[in-house]
Design a protein around this ligand. Sequence first.
Ligand SMILES: [Fe+2]
Ligand SMILES: [Fe+2]
Length: 335
Amino acid sequence: MLLPASRGPVSAAVIDAARGGDATVPPHDGDDLHGADTQLALWVVYELSYRGFDDAADDAEWDLRLVAWRRGVETAIEAGLRRRTADDVAVAREASDDLVGQLRALVAHVDGPPLARFLQRSATRDQVLEFLTERSVYHLKESDPHAFVLPRVDGPAKVALAELLYDEYGGGRPERLHSLLYADALRSCGIDATYGAHVANASGPTLLSNNVMSLLGLQRRLHGASLGHLAAFETTSTDPCRRIAAGIERVGLPEAAAAYFHEHVEADAVHEQVVLTDICANAVDADPSLRDDVLFGAAVCLRVDADAGAALMDRWTSEAAVAAHDSADDLVRSA
Ligand SMILES: [Fe+2]
Ligand SMILES: [Fe+2]
């Protein structure tokens, strides 16, 4: 993969530094944290710790300019997310004494936009394709962010996380890697399935929802939050996947595209149990101080994924409004 085109001054400086150029990367200073420019820059910095870029400097991952910039942005994002989710965590704490009950209460408390229902019932073929493309930012590297947590836990939680990851990584069969199943789904729809292909056009909220996974996964201090994120992710997957598969079939896209989501209706019903009981509850039993961070990570997942879904639906609603306005104009002109 090559470094993407920049989307503003922040990503321009970060991309130049990653390439080995002599750009100064100014510290984060109140710029639009959630905008596509900063979020693309952060995605690029994180990607240096995954598969990287063919045209980045070999040691860019630990370039001190990028590390310093990243720490400033991460601190600001984490502080904002802690403020935003404090009430959610308090609601979960109130709802139950045990962690599984708290996580379930959290999922019930945070309402996302009706994206899956819209895809199932009303979305056009182009909107379904746009959804699949936007989601590729995550699914083409599916599970990689949470894999960073494996060496940071021990005992039963480690064994259960390894079991879940083994499933996500194909259960011993390279052709069943979930990222590869998603690539197959994209290709069957005629969408470019190259790793990272659609990052440059993804919305700020979509990039943020991906970046928080790296933020939580790459910092050992936050590994409890990464586990909580995984819990919320798996717990809110089964029903939406069933609806999305139905939507894909409704608009006549190939069976290979629906197959990825059918697979996740089954798989994530199992993963939900594994992540709640065997991973999170065991991790908190072993280290009770993790509890609030597990709940924090779960709330972060629910809030930022809701934002990413809402951004997509807002785009479609405003396109529909423009189209309705244009056709009303046409009517007036032809009258
Ligand atoms: Fe998966
Ligand atoms: Fe899963």
